[in-house]
Design a protein around this ligand. Structure first.
Ligand SMILES: C[S@@+](CC[C@H](N)C(=O)[O-])C[C@H]1O[C@@H](n2cnc3c(N)ncnc32)[C@H](O)[C@@H]1O
Length: 257
């Protein structure tokens, strides 16, 4: 399975889909199928580094999270791990909400919340058509979900709309490390080993073939930064983590808008 080539990609386009509607349906169905093994594979295939990345995002936004009136939304929350990392940094008064459009993911997120007695509300919602009023949140995050949206421009517009003026956006995504030695080894692992392991363990080979192809089709950090600018964000920055395997993009909704 492949995705659209980089440069001008309007959103994810898994192989065989004709348009945005089909892309969203494909993504929804794929994540529904891998949900039962999603956590196991995440931790296994990343050697647990995914936990470090989410904790690091939460620490980065500690200033926002420690406000007992903070309203926080984690988009494309999957089984909820970033929302739980936020919860651990936040006082009781802060509201943490996770949203995703795949019920099979949300069932698991809610079960984890109940088991850990973590006050996080999980809502079924499409990131491209959020059921929240404008200017609702101080922080809107999205970890490893944005790349899967069928329309990146629409995704950024929705984030901007639901952020309060001055509120922060954080998008954590996979990227392709550029270094020759490490980059080469990583690409070998990501394109050859991971799809095989992921396919065997999840029972869904195409989902784990989609992962590397969707990462190579995703806009570069510089191109995504330009998209943030076009959408009307300010204070746009990105930083590469773990030798460039992931990129954290941060930006704000302008005050007074
Ligand atoms: C790779 S998982 C990431 C989950 C979680 N954020 C994490 O860090 O593990 C991507 C998630 O994005 C969700 N997703 C993709 N497109 C979406 C959309 N348009 N609206 C809501 N959720 C979406 C999928 O259902 C899936 O749970």
């Amino acid at each position: 399975m492949s995705a659209a080539p980089q440069g001008g990609a309007p959103g994810t386009r898994p192989a065989g889909v004709r348009d945005e509607t089909e892309a969203a349906a494909h993504v929804r169905e794929m994540f529904g199928r891998i949900a039962p093994r999603y956590d196991l594979l995440n931790h296994l295939l990343s050697l647990d580094i995914d936990k470090v990345w989410r904790r690091r995002v939460a620490r980065r936004f500690r200033g926002v999270l420690q406000d007992s009136k903070a309203d926080v939304l984690d988009l494309c929350c999957g089984t909820g791990d970033l929302a739980f990392a936020f919860r651990r940094q936040a006082p009781d008064g802060a509201e943490i909400v996770g949203s995703d459009f795949v019920p099979e993911m949300l069932v698991r997120a809610r079960a984890k919340a109940a088991a850990a007695k973590a006050a996080v509300e999980f809502i079924e919602a499409d990131a491209l058509n959020l059921p929240f009023a404008p200017a609702s949140f101080d922080l809107v995050s999205c970890a490893f979900g944005f790349r899967n949206l069928a329309n990146y421009e629409c995704g950024l517009n929705e984030i901007l709309r639901v952020l309060k003026p001055g509120g922060a956006a954080a998008i954590l995504e996979f990227a392709e490390p550029s270094g020759k030695l490490f980059g080469g080894l990583y690409r070998f692992y990501f394109r050859r080993i991971l799809p095989v392991l992921g396919g065997i363990i999840s029972g869904n080979a195409s989902a784990y073939a989609y992962l590397p192809s969707s990462v190579s089709a995703f806009p570069s950090p510089e191109a995504l930064q330009a998209q943030f600018e076009r959408a009307g964000f300010v204070e746009i920055q990105f930083e590469r983590w773990t030798a460039g395997i992931v990129t954290l993009h941060t930006a704000k909704r302008p005050r007074g808008t």
